[in-house]
Design a protein around this ligand. Structure first.
Ligand SMILES: Cc1cc2nc3c(=O)[nH]c(=O)nc-3n(C[C@H](O)[C@H](O)[C@H](O)COP(=O)(O)O)c2cc1C
Length: 555
């Protein structure tokens, strides 16, 4: 087949399919379908006005996280009434933990261990010469004019009513450090501007985009452009790497290989000197302008506010390559919870736990939870510690979590294991009853603004709030019937055919340390109807000359 034929989108090039030890997106969707985690929507859906709002309902419609699914749209139309021959999938990587765990090929409880292992045991990628992501190649004129180039792709609008452009969200953006030659891969949004132009947004703040550091280096060298490849629809192990926060200088593809336990196949892009995942769905190759910036946004952001217009990096597309039958993935982001917050949460929490437990060596840290709804992971961190961890260690954990990453942990709360970090009521309860503000709260100055709606004054500093809401000693039990009684009553509830229960922890009482066997015995006698016996015992313990409410502890 000649190069010209290859440029025709309908005329796919025959390519070899090198062996691999991981699923591509198509196989991942099959795996989701088998587990009833994928909905296929065949009716026409307008990608600009209907697609994201439809999927949004599963995040704001009162459903549990476990009920969410991935949505595959096979009949995509747009605001112009056009039909697309490429399907769109939303939620396929991380609508919930169950979906993420299919992509990770690991049970939810083993995801932490899998991340830990992959980061410690990276596997370099394998360069192949023939790749499905280059079955179809669009170059030259095929990138120009309405209906061609980017305009051929069904890219949805994420926040209809606010966003000014269809925007790529499920990206793995590849750039190379011109100094070291190491590649970086980050998930950055990119707004469509023309069939051969889009504008990429790489965060410039401390802890922001690795690709931005490459951009700065190109500027230092007076390069007018920076080569870039925006990859859509990576194998899940690779997709997970886009949002993951690894130290600058680590090639994410090596850690993806660590997740897969096998090298990731990569192929040389056709028009830029970059290696891209061979089994990707679509690769948009191009050159980022390092001189001019172009206004981009409004766009609904993951911090829960709409990002207003700002200057970002225009990229001229030099080629679009794709599979013969590609699927366009799109992440639903904006207000958390969302696919964006799940994909980040499941990736970041293991990093925080490993930092406190392994790097700082704080014993007794059980979990680090990045609060998700509305706050979007970045602002509120909950550290779960065993009861009895020394106070100084609690404070090391609070400080360690607050300052591990520049843009996470503005408010950090330490609690004990009986407090479920996702239950805001339980957090308030712990703060209300287990902390003394003058002793257990610290304010620390000098925090960067982080990811959020822009402040009025650029550069204005934020600060940090640390709260020790752990128990400072033994406390009386939680005042609910013990588990066995609640379960016995639950059986009756079910037998009566009442509305199915959705137990909300805490739903039974448990000891918090301040409790005696004698009180257990009294409670058992009471339940057995023998309270008169308890009355005889307490009468024998009468005392005089003391004030009411004086404490009594039986022998
Ligand atoms: C859906 C989604 C969209 C994101 N959009 C951006 C973005 O536009 N710009 C950005 O710098 N980071 C964005 N992020 C966060 C980065 O992916 C994240 O900070 C990651 O660590 C960047 O990789 P890097 O450190 O290799 O640059 C986004 C994350 C997700 C999940």
């Amino acid at each position: 087949m000649t190069r010209d034929e290859a440029r025709n989108v309908d005329g796919a090039r025959p390519v070899a399919r090198p062996a691999r030890g991981y699923r591509d997106l198509h196989e991942h969707l099959d795996a989701l379908r088998e587990r009833d985690l994928l909905l296929t929507i065949d009716r026409p859906i307008d990608k600009d006005a209907e697609l994201h709002p439809l999927v949004r309902w599963q995040f704001v419609g009162g459903m549990d996280e476990a009920e969410r699914k991935a949505f595959l749209f096979t009949n995509v139309t747009d605001g112009r009434g056009r039909k697309y021959d490429i399907p769109v999938v939303v939620g396929a990587i991380a609508a919930n933990r169950a979906i993420y765990s299919v992509g990770m090929d690991a049970a939810v409880e083993n995801i932490q261990a899998k991340w830990d292992h992959a980061i410690a045991n990276p596997v370099p990628p394998r360069v192949v010469t023939s790749a499905v992501c280059q079955e179809v190649v669009l170059e030259g004129d095929a990138l120009l004019g309405e209906g061609n180039g980017l305009d051929r792709l069904p890219i949805p609008i994420s926040t209809p009513g606010f966003d000014s452009a269809p925007t790529l969200t499920a990206t793995n953006v590849v750039t190379r450090d011109p100094k070291t030659g190491t590649q970086n891969m980050g998930t950055y949004r990119a707004a469509l501007k023309a069939p051969d132009r889009l504008v990429v947004r790489m965060a410039t703040r401390v802890g922001g985009a690795g690709g931005y550091q490459h951009y700065l280096e190109h500027q230092r060298r007076s390069d007018k452009t920076m080569p870039c490849a925006i990859v859509l629809g990576c194998p899940p192990y690779v997709a997970f790497m886009g949002p993951q926060k690894l130290p600058i200088g680590v090639d994410e593809l090596t850690v993806a290989g660590g997740l897969a336990g096998a090298p990731i196949n990569v192929v040389r892009a056709r028009t830029v000197d970059l290696l891209v995942p061979a089994e990707a769905e679509i690769v948009i190759e191009g050159l980022i302008d390092t001189e001019y910036l172009e206004p981009e946004a409004p766009f609904g952001e993951s911090h829960g506010h709409v990002a207003l217009e700002e200057f970002n990096m225009p990229m001229r597309v030099t080629a679009i390559t794709m599979r013969r039958h590609p699927i366009v993935p799109s992440y639903i982001s904006q207000v958390a919870p969302s696919e964006s917050s799940v994909i980040k949460r499941v990736a970041y929490e293991p990093l925080f736990l490993a930092h406190l437990r392994d790097t700082l060596g704080i014993r007794g840290v059980k979990r680090v939870s990045l609060h998700e709804p509305l706050t979007g992971l970045l602002r509120l961190t909950v550290i779960v510690l065993e009861k009895g961890v020394p106070r100084t260690e609690v404070w090391r954990a609070l400080n360690g979590a607050a300052f591990f990453k520049g843009d996470c942990g503005k408010i950090c709360i330490a609690v004990n294991e009986d407090i479920h970090p996702d239950n805001a009521d339980a957090l308030f309860w712990a703060m209300a009853y287990r902390s003394n503000p003058v002793e257990d709260i610290a304010l620390v100055p000098h925090r960067g603004q982080g990811h959020g709606p822009k402040r009025e004054h650029d550069g204005e500093e934020d600060s940090t709030l640390l709260i020790d809401a752990t128990m400072k000693g033994d406390m009386p039990p939680l005042a609910l019937p013990k588990q066995a009684y609640m379960e016995r009553a639950q059986a009756i509830w079910n037998e009566l055919g009442l509305k199915p229960l959705r137990p909300q922890p805490p739903w039974f009482g448990y000891s918090l340390g301040d409790w005696l066997p004698a009180w257990d015995a009294a409670a058992e006698r009471a339940v057995a109807g023998r309270y008169l016996e308890n009355g005889r015992i307490s009468e024998s313990q009468k005392r005089k000359g003391i004030k009411p409410e004086t404490k009594f502890r039986p022998e």
